[in-house]
Design a protein around this ligand. Structure first.
Ligand code: ADP
Length: 347
């Protein structure tokens, strides 16, 4: 009689999943004693809104089987593994198809970390790679302004669709803040949000995901750097001794956490006077090189003070888009090449 009951149950569908409950492996156990059929059903969740309806459908179907006088349904829930089997993950979900992570960090704010993250991402994209940019600077997410993005990303199949601009897939903490709210992000919230940005954003296939970290060695930067799988860090600094002191601390922190550092980028290194081509070292000279010697980390490049970089940030059109062949863009391209080389050598 068990076979007849099973056949009868094959006619019962899960109203939501639109497949029969036997095929869905919801039927766990069937036993018959003195005309009483006992059926154990595993639901996807105890809170299943269709629970009552499924139970009624099962009772109705089984009661029709010859020899069954009463039906008793017992409920249980599926295990994590069974649910994963039933709902295979979206093939392009989260960061599954992201090949490499580059985290851009700095010892303190205002050294040009975001400017470097954006133009480095664009330089990688110009090399023909698929590139994403994740603005994880919880203190001051400035990528929406620097790329002139004000829409809120939409959701699709329970995933967040990143915005797209200049060929990059972009996600920012800033997309979810209404206006200029002051923000106090605490460790657990930062951890939760960054996990969402990694797991629940449809990044799709990416060769590189560039992550703009919060500045400094505070809680958020540690949490985020630790959350990004096998990230390689690009440290941005200006040449002054004060900035170097901060960056040393930051490098120490990453090393302690066994996070790989790809190299150092010196920003606002010099000002190139248009007439004489003379390099004026406004913030002192050689800071990046000194740091590189001291730490054994390569100096990936020195970016000049370039008014077009600042304007690009203000206008929402980055230098690598506005003037891709300019001298400063050339520096970004060279940095991108070095980063690619370092990452390939490391793998
Ligand atoms: P951070 O992310 O470290 O806080 P930003 O990238 O926001 O720094 O840069 C701070 C400001 O300095 C921005 O207005 C930016 O446009 C400007 N800036 C950054 N690098 C340069 C540069 N090399 N030349 C001119 N302006 C720059």
């Amino acid at each position: 009689m068990e076979r007849q009951i099973r056949e009868a149950l094959e006619a019962v569908q899960d109203p939501e999943l639109k497949r029969n409950i036997v095929e869905l492996r919801m039927v766990r156990d069937i036993s018959i004693r003195d005309g009483e059929a006992r059926i154990t059903l595993a639901l996807t969740t105890m809170g299943c809104p269709m629970k009552k309806r499924i139970v009624e459908d099962v009772e109705r179907a089984v009661r029709k089987v010859a020899g069954v006088s009463s039906v008793h349904v017992e409920l249980t829930v599926m295990s994590r593994e069974e649910l994963d089997h039933l709902f295979p993950k979206h093939p392009l979900q989260g960061i599954e198809k992201v090949a490499r992570f580059i985290a851009v960090a700095s010892g303190k704010g205002g050294v040009g970390k975001t400017t470097v993250a954006i133009n480095l991402a664009l330089a990688l994209s110009r090399e023909g790679f698929q590139v994403g940019l994740l603005d994880a600077d919880v203190y001051g997410p400035s990528i929406p302004t620097m790329l002139d993005l004000s829409e809120r990303p939409r959701a699709e199949a329970k995933m967040i669709v990143p915005l797209e601009k200049f060929g990059l897939k972009i996600m920012s903490f800033g997309f979810f803040l209404g206006g200029a709210q002051p923000l106090i992000w605490r460790g657990p919230l930062v951890g939760k949000t960054i996990k969402q940005f990694l797991d629940e954003v449809m990044w799709g296939h990416l060769d590189y995901l560039v992550v703009d970290l919060p500045p400094g060695t505070g809680d958020p930067s540690i949490t985020i750097a630790q959350s990004v799988p096998s990230a390689s860090v690009v440290m941005v600094t200006t040449p002054q001794e004060v900035a170097l002191a901060d960056v040393r601390k930051s490098i120490g922190m990453f090393e302690e956490m066994h996070i790989e550092i790809c190299g150092i980028v010196e920003n606002m290194s010099y000002f190139s006077c248009g007439h004489s081509k003379e390099r004026i070292e406004i913030f002192g000279s050689g800071g990046g090189e000194i740091l590189s010697r001291e730490t054994g980390l390569p100096l990936l490049g020195s970016i000049p003070i370039d008014i077009k970089l600042r304007k690009g940030g203000d206008m929402g059109v980055p230098l690598m888009v506005e003037a891709p062949d300019s001298e400063t863009s050339e520096v970004f391209r060279a940095i991108a090449q070095k980063v690619i080389g370092r990452l390939n050598a490391g793998s």
